[in-house]
Design a protein around this ligand. Structure first.
Ligand code: ASN
Ligand code: ZN
Length: 333
């Protein structure tokens, strides 16, 4: 099927000047990305329901980089959604969240002083607040990828959003948030294993979450323990986020793109990293071919070892690292 693809210019808050897919309509343009399943970006203008209005205008230039200009959050959200679409397609061969080529939509300027973002299955859409106080608009690349990945999880493993499966659901969103950010590296954002480092959601300059040592946030768990299913899913995600870091980069201190990491293991034994591309491929294949709605940490270990065995062979260094990384977060045989 032939589809016209048209590009405009976005002036974003977090990524500078970028190319955005847009659609000509009469003498105007709107923020519908024809090259990415007609993903649309809407302005809620502080409302909390419906879609508000599709961003449109005469010049095909979206935003000016300033958060006070309404289009800017739209440009950032559209860019993050496009990068996530491209990541799924180019890295995993997946055509959209459901694999059917159909785009979702984004809504920005949700409510007043709203310091969160969220995915909603029923509208197949993601929504962003503008932040409050020091907290900036939540439209950074990693937050966009995190929210869109909730749609991917809902379309695949359907990990129930409570207990250990809920922690794995949250970790899946953080893992692909990091993977998209690294894949998108564009000079301003070289990628990191932090979540929300650009939005100052805590107001003190620290990230929302740390994948190398999740407890750095004061709440997340570094290691699995029996009973972890009883904590908030944004904290029980810790061991899986930590597993992804260990598998990607290996254990111990490391500096990457100017960020210092410090990844200890629960057993004190070293883990050899296999690189984030292989680690993300293993998680993606486990999510889409092994995990079910009730997969827990033990099941995630079994599923990822099975995938690594299929991809790289029994006894491969990759299988050893996957196994060692789980042991490093206290998930054993
Ligand atoms: N921003 C949060 C998240 O995506 C919203 C929530 O708690 N579901 O995890
Ligand atoms: Zn989430």
């Amino acid at each position: 099927e032939w589809q016209a693809v048209h590009n405009g210019t976005g002036n974003t808050q977090y990524s500078g000047q970028v190319t955005l897919g847009s659609t000509p309509s009469g003498s105007s343009f709107n923020l519908t990305d024809g090259g990415r399943g007609n993903h649309r970006t809407y302005n809620l203008n502080r409302g909390t329901s419906g879609t508000g209005t599709l961003f449109s205008g005469p010049d095909d230039v979206w935003g000016d980089g300033q958060p006070s200009t309404a289009e800017t959050a739209g440009a950032d959200a559209a860019y993050g959604a496009g990068l996530t679409w491209d990541y799924l397609k180019n890295v995993h061969g997946r055509n959209g969240i459901k694999g059917d080529g159909v785009g979702a939509y984004s809504r920005v300027h949700y409510g007043n002083n709203y310091v969160n973002a969220f995915w909603t299955d029923s509208c197949f859409c993601m929504t962003y607040g503008d932040g409050a106080g020091n907290a900036k608009p939540l439209t950074s690349i990693d937050v966009a990828a995190h929210e869109m990945t909730h749609g991917l999880t809902s379309a695949t493993a359907k990990l129930v959003y409570s207990g250990e499966s809920g922690g794995l659901n949250e970790a899946t969103s953080d893992i692909f948030a990091a993977a998209v950010e690294f894949h998108a590296a564009n000079g301003q954002d070289l990628g990191d294993y932090l979540v929300g480092e650009k939005i100052d959601i805590r107001g003190n300059g620290t990230p929302l979450r740390y994948m190398d040592k999740p407890s750095k946030d004061g709440s997340s768990k570094d290691y699995w323990y029996s009973g972890i299913g009883g904590v908030d899913v944004h904290y029980s995600s810790g061991p899986a986020n930590h597993w992804f870091y260990l598998l990607s980069e290996g254990s111990g201190a490391k500096t990457l793109n100017g960020v210092n990491y410090d990844s200890p293991t629960s057993d004190g034994l070293p883990v050899t990293g296999i690189g984030r591309e292989k680690a993300a491929l293993i998680w993606y294949k486990a999510l889409t071919t092994k995990f079910t709605s009730t997969t827990n940490y033990a099941g995630a270990r079994t599923g990822t070892i099975a995938v690594a065995t299929e991809l790289y062979g029994a006894g491969s260094p990759e299988v050893k690292s996957v196994t060692d990384a789980w042991a490093g977060v206290n998930v054993g045989a």
